[in-house]
Ligand binder design. Structure first.
Ligand code: AMP
Ligand code: GLY
Length: 439
């Protein structure tokens, strides 16, 4: 125990390494990555799991290598022969071509190529793709010129949604009720470069009404397997008030989303997307996330993500009954059609505990207590934590999430919230209304 190995200039902890099984490197270090790691460990054939960077609560060997340190990751994989798979979970390294680079160097990697991940890292590309293949989405215009963007807004019916083209931590989306707001949003994104180079182009689109659902699928290039639907809660405060966050909790499945809606989604959105990417010469391999707005019987695409969602994954993956390592391998090998993927029909929910002030400024280094008092009706997925004197200390905005599942949402919620009440750290806050109207 507590051996240390050297990587580059950094020492990393090395716990007892299992003799058999393939080692895996997971890129990322949040609750989503913890949920992936836990599922991988539930299956067979997995040896040690390393994190780039991982976090203190994730039960991985933390390498100290950042998720966007592409050279560091390549170097680590090439000097650790037993790493048989690298799982790239976050958007940034995907957009930087990490999967392409690993594959070119002869390593196995789970996640889309840079060209396929463009569905996420360029909203203008995603919109043009949907238009080309007749995939339902809001009408839009895309502009690299400020005057043209403003002229389009001037002639649009309000409200509109102004979006930075590139990755902006989910923050580059501004809903505008008046033309003055739309002009201001265009200036913020394109002139003031509030989201940096992500704002070199803007998408201006029609405001859609309805409710939001996340639908995730494993896609192996040509075959796909859907996961249960889920719902994220993006605003910081109860009643969908406050600022947009990375997500304050989620549940799965989404009861409002009927079988007939699912059929429509598959026919009008999922299949045309998978087929369209083949035609574009960029077949999608990995997890494809459809962010949908549902209006009556009509689902439309709000956004694509080229990866697992956070915190949806912390509710969806616990329902998985099939070996995740097998699914990852089948996705890479293009053999998803050969495996049946089974899901529990339990109701699943997770609630994020965050540091006061998040998504703006917050304190770090607060001791987390009460984790030893939790009963076994819940699991904890760690995100912004580091080691403390007696356990963990806070180290980020979203600190951890508590997950529970049961035969009913009512029971799952009770289990989650009863246990959350036992956890304490300075300025801790969480939403009390995750899955509020569900029974
Ligand atoms: P996006 O990153 O494009 O998914 O946008 C983030 C959030 O903004 C979505 O989850 C929606 O809540 C909202 N949003 C984005 N586009 C639209 C739209 N066209 N109409 C209404 N709301 C939208
Ligand atoms: N939960 C939304 C996302 O992962 O982008």
């Amino acid at each position: 125990m507590d051996k240390k190995i050297m990587h580059g200039a950094r020492y990393i902890d090395l716990r007892e390494v299992k003799a058999d099984g393939d080692d895996i490197l997971i890129v990322g270090g949040g609750g989503r990555e913890h949920a992936i790691v836990k599922k991988l460990r539930d299956g067979s054939g997995v040896g040690e799991i390393y994190g780039a960077p991982g976090n203190a609560g994730m039960d991985v060997i933390e390498t100290g290598i950042g998720a966007t340190d592409i050279d560091g990751i390549l170097d680590f994989v090439s000097t650790h022969d037993n790493i048989k798979l690298t799982v790239v979970a976050p958007d940034d390294p995907l957009s930087m071509g990490l999967v392409d680079k690993l594959v070119a160097a002869g390593f196995r990697a789970f996640g889309p190529t840079k060209a396929a991940a463009k569905l996420e890292w360029s909203k203008a590309y995603a919109k043009a793709f949907m238009k080309k293949y007749g995939i339902p989405t809001a009408d839009y215009g895309a502009f690299t010129d400020i005057a043209q963007a403003k002229a389009f807004a001037e002639n649009s019916e309000m409200p509109v949604v102004v979006k930075a083209d590139g990755l902006a931590l989910g923050k580059g989306v501004i809903i505008c009720n008046t033309k003055a707001e739309a002009f201001a949003a265009i200036d913020e994104i394109m002139q003031d470069k509030k989201f940096g180079a992500a704002g070199n182009e803007v998408v201006i689109e029609q405001f859609l009404t309805g409710y939001e659902v996340s639908l995730l699928a494993f896609v192996d290039g040509k075959n796909y397997k859907l996961m249960p639907t889920s719902c994220d809660h993006k605003r910081a405060l109860d009643g969908d008030k406050g600022l947009n966050t990375g997500g304050m909790g989620a549940y799965s499945p989404c009861p409002a989303f009927t079988e007939s809606l699912l059929e429509t989604t598959v026919k009008t959105i999922v299949e045309p997307t998978v087929d369209g990417m083949i035609r574009e010469g960029a077949p999608f391999k990995g997890v494809l996330y459809f962010g949908l707005m549902v209006d009556g019987e009509t689902p439309r695409v709000l956004e694509y993500n080229a990866r697992f969602g956070d915190p949806e994954t912390q509710s969806v993956l616990p329902l998985l009954r099939t070996d995740l390592y097998r699914i990852f391998n089948a996705t890479i090998d293009g053999t998803l059609d050969n495996i049946d993927i089974e899901w529990s029909d339990k109701k699943s929910i997770n609630v994020v505990l965050a540091s006061g002030g998040y998504p703006l400024g917050y304190k770090k280094g607060c001791e987390i207590t009460g984790l030893d008092k939790l009963d076994n009706s819940v699991d904890v997925y760690f995100a912004g934590v580091t080691r403390g004197e007696n356990g963990f200390k806070t180290n980020g905005g979203r600190v951890l999430c508590v997950h529970s599942m049961a035969d009913t949402f009512a029971q799952a919620k009770k289990q989650a919230y009863d246990n959350i009440a036992k956890i304490e750290f300075d300025d801790c806050f969480y939403r009390k209304d995750i899955g509020k109207n569900l029974n």
